[in-house]
Design a protein around this ligand. Sequence first.
Ligand code: DX5
Ligand code: ZN
Length: 222
Amino acid sequence: MPKVAPSILSADFTRLGEVLREVEKAGIDTLHLDVMDGHFVPNISFGALIVDAVRRCVPGMELNTHLMIKEPLRYAEQFTKAGASRLVVHREITDDPARLCSEVKAISGKVGLSYNPETPIDGFEELEGIADMILIMSVHPGFGGQKFIQEVLTKVKKIVKFNQSAREKFTISIDGGINPETAPLAIEAGVDNLVAGNAFFKNKGEYRTSGFEQVISSLLGK
Ligand code: DX5
Ligand code: ZN
């Protein structure tokens, strides 16, 4: 059964601690933290200070920290010390993804690689044993609440196929535009993690602060 990994980008930051404890009570054990630097993407979100605050709110949760930033190596130690469980870096910022992932992993312990919608995943196989997660972007990174790009599911299916005979499988995450209508498509393609921001934390544009069990069921089609 796939997991839902809520992206806190769409949460109510005025009551973040309270909300995250509700999310944990609803059975979520993995969060997605979107870090944006205003260079790699045309938006700025938050940095290690918030990762540290989230870590202290929910000490037991897995915190996948999605670094939409140009220089992840420069900040890898800071995010790791703040409590990130895994750093997810972008394929587009390097010519040598295996090397970048190894270098980040040496600092963070766990690393994932993310691909923008238009970036091919050619050569992802060489990351086996280095990166343990591949994150497929299903929107152009930078903002929550965008429309799901269904074409990226061909990449998901390729990784699923590779996983069938791999020694060390990749956890496949999909990120962007996931809602009760699009989630079944991603699940059918074989994803392990559904990242959801708007669909998870908002209801008709208003912040949701409870009722997360129902949201999880609606995303998982239960
Ligand atoms: C987009 C981020 C996503 C985003 C998902 O740049 O990487 O994680 O927060 O938000 P929704 O689910 O609203 O598309
Ligand atoms: Zn993300």
